[in-house]
Design a binder for this molecule. Sequence first.
Ligand code: MTE
Ligand code: MO
Length: 389
Amino acid sequence: MKNEKLTRRDAIKKTVGVGISAGAVMSAPQWILPVLAQGEELVSFSDMPEGYSRGPARPGAPHWLDTRMISDFYTDNLDFYVVQHYGQPNVDLGSYRLKVTGLVEKELEYTLTDLQNLSQFEIDAGFECGGNNAGRFQGLVGNANWKGIRLSTILNASGITSDGSEVVFFGADSGTEEIPNRDTEVEQSFARSLPVSEAMREENMLALEMNGEQLPQGHGFPVRLLVPGYYGVANVKWLTQIHVQDRRYMGRFMGRDYVTLKKEMVGGEERWVENSVTKIQLKSAIVRVSRLGAQHKISGFVLTDGTPLRSVEIKIDDGPWQEADLDSRSTRYSWKLFTMDWSPSAGDHPLVSRAIDINGHVQLTEEEMPEKASRWENHAQFPRTITIS
Ligand SMILES: Nc1nc2c(c(=O)[nH]1)N[C@H]1C(S)=C(S)[C@@H](COP(=O)(O)O)O[C@H]1N2
Ligand SMILES: [Mo]
């Protein structure tokens, strides 16, 4: 597993090693070069502004990546998107404790060393922000190898009592929240929750490492929760407290923000329904077209909640849906990269992909999707255009 890992930095070294075409160097930001074969170049999307480019993530700041650069299975830690709502806290390791409290047989506290001494596992998981969208060309996304402790190990060590039903995860970061219709505000920590049954899933991790490195500051150092198959918001960074309670947790990021509002049938009645952003909705997106001579290659990614995929299909112009090739490194919770070779004629070409899971669920077009009022969970088909000269 470890030795198969090719980080973007390794890839850069490799690419530089074999020499890279001038065209490719010019079409990519200098700091980060995609893996391109000799003579291969990126083809510009005509739906992107000319000269579109993204710099590296800056310390403390949000970041999204240039999805045309996605060519590695693992997103480099320097390019993995960064989102937080109250800024990035600095956790002091000397006083750092992860506390387990509430409806448990035994409340416990762990230092980072305590956690590092527990048995660890690795998992590949990719996710996007629940607010990822076409405006950022789907750049609030990444895929990494994570290493850490099973959440269930920690929950079982404390022992959830029979009345415990909800597990709340608090981060070290906090901010002031205004109270509607009151001239007042309160200081609140970032937090998310899971029902006990979901929290006990064996793939859930308290992550200490990302792509073989210590968890970077911006991604939650020293410890973050990782809930594979869930949108990014579930993966609480800078985790300091796990609290078990007997009622739903109603904090901002469960109850008010990251709440999808869409039309659903409720017992034969069409109603507007609110749901917390939780499991990743089946989604594919074309993000990159490269060319070697006249031979073009279309690439993209698929995200799922862990439900196996049946296929990913690409439609070019108004032609038939054609099955794309899936990256063999794909795992249950990783993103799944796909490619298709293409020999286009000159002119404008619409391109779009759709994912289909083993249950036959098909990624729909924006028009076919149920009406949605909120800006979360944008998983419709993502049509692109490209002009071949
Ligand atoms: N403590 C804390 N964890 C957090 C957040 C936050 O604001 N505070 N933001 C969440 C959201 S909305 C997203 S999309 C992911 C982003 O994770 P990343 O920055 O590692 O990509 O972190 C989640 N975890
Ligand atoms: Mo997010």
